[in-house]
Design a protein around this ligand. Structure first.
Ligand SMILES: Cc1cc2nc3c(=O)[nH]c(=O)nc-3n(C[C@H](O)[C@H](O)[C@H](O)COP(=O)(O)O)c2cc1C
Length: 322
């Protein structure tokens, strides 16, 4: 896997599904990640849970992310995941969600670097020649900033790249992502380092490359309702002018297409419900967005989505011309 200079779509549970990953990839994301999947769930009931990590060729290069705490279960899940033919397997040692942490998974494992190393080693040994990468946080809390120690265990286990989201479990998503930790990890790492955290505007991607020397920049919340982020950031990183944000017509045309594709994947009723948050994000920052978002959040059919988006555009054009 080549991570050098790449702009990658973050793993985003409940958000970056196959449809959204395909859209981001088509608009300039270089690499995509699955939503995190429970190793235990995959091993216990593969046929029921494999859908979460399924993908299409358009999403490649694509990595499947696993979380769990038992090395053998993680290895068994990695073997199953590898059978789908992704480009790499990623291990989650950063999720702060209480449900995950209670089961000693995600960021809880940062408290046990030795176990992180054992999990990584056994997955590397059984991942059927696929590269294995890992995603970590800074540590458990401010008095336990042990990302370098955990990374060292990962290097010795033979991982191929490491992503650092430099916040602690205690911080969750509050405060600022401490990019100096990404720079420090990069200066010591024998494998590519991917930086994550607070790349909110396209110019932040260039700033992160420059400030940290990281190999790749990961984009999470900045891409929500805004997959054009990648093309704009790419232009800036390549020293070209920013093509700027899309016009409202382009935004809503993609939002409607995104809704149709999601309905195609999940069925119309479930697909439209799953789309509500995305539709809200596509409307973000527009004049009258709060009222539009309220209506979008209660949509139940594709026809209703289309009607609301078209009505808004007609009103928007009137205010622009009139
Ligand atoms: C809704 C949401 C879901 C997330 N799901 C995952 C996940 O499944 N696996 C993971 O490693 N990180 C997950 N993250 C963390 C992101 O990948 C990323 O590291 C974090 O949001 C910081 O980057 P950002 O400031 O660009 O959003 C999630 C974040 C959000 C906001």
């Amino acid at each position: 896997m080549d991570f050098k200079g790449k702009l990658v779509l973050a793993p985003l549970a409940g958000v970056a599904d196959s449809v959204f990953r395909g859209i981001c990839r088509s608009l300039g994301a270089d690499i995509t990640w699955s939503e995190m999947a429970s190793a235990e769930g995959l091993v216990r009931d593969w046929s029921r849970n494999a859908g979460l990590i399924g993908f299409t060729a358009e999403e490649r290069p694509y990595g499947i992310q696993l979380f769990g705490s038992d090395p053998e279960t993680m290895a068994a899940a990695a073997r199953l995941a590898a059978s789908l033919g992704p480009d790499f397997i990623d291990l989650n040692f950063g999720c702060p969600v209480p449900k995950v942490v209670r089961r000693n998974s995600g960021v809880a494992l940062m408290r046990d670097p030795g176990l992180v190393g054992r999990i990584a080693a056994v997955v590397v040994a059984t991942a059927c020649d696929l590269p294995v990468t890992a995603k970590i946080r800074s540590g458990w809390d401010d008095s336990h900033l042990n990302y370098l120690e955990v990374a060292d265990e990962l290097f010795r286990a033979g991982i191929s790249a490491v992503t650092l989201h430099p916040r602690t479990r205690a911080q969750g998503f509050s405060g600022a992502s401490d990019w100096s930790q990404i720079a420090r990890l990069k200066s010591l790492s024998p494998v590519p380092v991917i930086g994550s955290g607070d790349v909110c505007e396209p110019q932040d991607a260039l700033a992160m490359f420059e400030a940290t020397g990281c190999d790749a920049v990961m984009v999470g919340r900045g891409a929500l309702g805004n997959p054009w982020f990648f093309a704009r950031a790419r232009a800036l990183v390549d020293g070209l002018p920013d093509p700027g944000p899309p016009a409202v017509e382009e935004r809503f045309s993609l939002a409607a297409e995104h809704a149709r594709m999601t309905a195609g994947l999940r069925g119309e009723a479930r697909g439209v419900v799953a789309m509500r948050k995305h539709l809200g994000w596509y409307a973000r920052g527009l004049p009258g967005a709060p009222a539009l978002r309220r209506e979008l959040f209660s949509c139940t059919s594709l026809a209703e989505v289309d009607r609301l988006l078209q009505d808004y555009q007609r009103g928007y054009q009137c205010t622009r011309t009139g």
